[in-house]
Design a protein around this ligand. Structure first.
Ligand SMILES: [Zn+2]
Length: 430
């Protein structure tokens, strides 16, 4: 009964409104975007003529619509699951049963959180499968075999178990060791772990999923190495990745930190672009490094970790927070220590997305600013804008990018400016 009572708590109502507010906004944005692209479905918009031909444009509209419609189902389903999990009383029930059977030691609590995490990620699996093997397949992008797809999930689970569990145990131990300021210690440890992961991921974790090879000898290699030397970027940090193992989508990205930094070009990208176009893409990626975007983004995400732990520590002291979700008078609750924090961690993890969703437009303004900046760096380094413009046009075409998103939709979901915005900025800069 107390679970149901929890439902009446003011904060439970606020949380419910936040979840509903998010899903309504998601569905509305998607509807707005769908009607926005449908206006031009049968005719290429004037601004895009000469950039995309009619059949490709039509396919990009169909791809956008298919992804949006599927996304609507996924978002609605997730909201229903979240509401059910938070307000049915299943969480306090599971916590009680688990503590009764396995005690409230740090190990038991870490096990509880881990099992909860796995349990809560299971409902998303069929959607992930459908997205890959139905939608991506239909538009000719999927190259993932069932074997690779299953292996990816198993590797991901093992990595969480091997890396996530020890970290979780350490954080829970810190609660017992350090008292009221535990959250500062926990944030410091998680940040250190994050940095270590960033340093080692390119060498240790990423090769578990993909093959990385140096650029093959030839004109392209000479060209890219010349650019790297010109911009003082280590040439051994440029590698090819077999992106074609999973998808025909093409991309390039910057990863790692310090001496271990690396720019990765997908083999699909190398197959699609000419040597000067690839050079401009590499120049853009080097721009992200030179303009210190990577460090700034990292700083922001580390600040996010501190804020998250501060929020958990504060919420864990609020009776109303627990009461709202049926976590009252739990055995072991009177005692301080990690057991007290575990429900707060779980609830925070479940609710964080409903808040960060509203912040995403702000983060995207920031990341788009970085994209313009990296484009300008590429244009300055190349001494011309045409190669980059051609590269971006080809990327949009090959990836069937939606070139006419609804402005509000793109503000919530696009970390990069649209093709037309980037072209305009490049031409103005020139
Ligand atoms: Zn970029």
């Amino acid at each position: 009964m107390r679970y149901i009572n929890g439902f009446m708590q003011p904060f439970a109502i606020i949380a419910l409104l936040l979840i509903l507010g998010r899903v309504v906004m998601e569905l509305w944005l998607s509807r707005a975007n769908q009607s926005h692209v449908c206006v031009h479905a049968n005719e290429v918009p004037i601004l895009l003529r000469g950039i995309m031909d009619q059949p490709t444009y039509r396919r990009s509209v169909d791809y956008t619509l298919a992804k949006n419609r599927f996304g609507d189902i996924v978002n609605a389903f997730h909201a229903v699951i979240l509401i059910a999990v938070l307000f049915s009383g299943v969480l306090p029930w599971a916590f009680e049963k688990f503590s009764a059977n396995f005690g409230s030691s740090v190990l038991a609590m870490a096990g509880f959180l881990f099992l909860m995490g796995i349990g809560l990620s299971l409902p998303g699996l069929p959607f992930s499968w459908y997205g890959q093997f139905r939608i991506e397949q239909r538009f000719g992008f999927n190259t993932t075999s069932m074997k690779t797809w299953i292996a990816d999930r198993i590797k991901g689970l093992l990595l969480t178990l091997l890396l996530g569990c020890p970290l979780l145990i350490l954080v829970l131990k810190l609660i017992e060791w350090t008292g009221a300021n535990w959250w500062l210690w926990a944030a410091a440890v998680v940040i250190a772990f994050q940095l270590l992961l960033l340093l080692s991921a390119p060498a240790i974790i990423m090769p578990l999923f993909n093959k990385f090879t140096p650029l093959p000898e030839g004109e392209l290699r000479q060209r890219l190495f010349a650019l790297a030397q010109r911009t003082d970027f280590p040439t051994r940090g440029i590698e090819l990745m077999d992106g074609s193992k999973r998808s025909r989508h093409s991309n390039a990205f910057f990863t790692g930190l310090g001496r271990f930094r690396k720019i990765v070009l997908f083999d699909t990208l190398v197959a699609q672009l000419t040597a000067p176009e690839l050079e401009s893409v590499l120049a853009h990626e080097i721009g992200h490094y030179k303009k210190r975007h990577v460090i700034k983004m990292l700083g922001a995400s580390l600040a996010g970790i501190v804020m998250a732990f501060a929020a958990i520590a504060w919420l864990a002291r609020q009776q109303w927070f627990y009461r709202a979700f049926g976590f009252e008078h739990q055995p072991g609750f009177a005692a301080s220590g990690s057991c007290r924090m575990v429900p707060a961690m779980l609830l925070f993890a479940l609710l964080a997305g409903t808040i960060t969703f509203w912040v995403s437009p702000l983060i995207h303004i920031w990341s788009r600013h970085f994209e313009y900046d990296a484009d300008a760096f590429a244009a300055a380094t190349m001494g011309e804008t045409q190669s980059l413009i051609q590269a971006l046009r080809k990327l949009s075409e090959k990836n069937l990018s939606n070139l006419t998103p609804h402005p509000l939709y793109s503000s919530f979901y696009y970390s990069h400016p649209t093709l037309l915005e980037r072209e305009r900025a490049l031409q103005e800069g020139a």
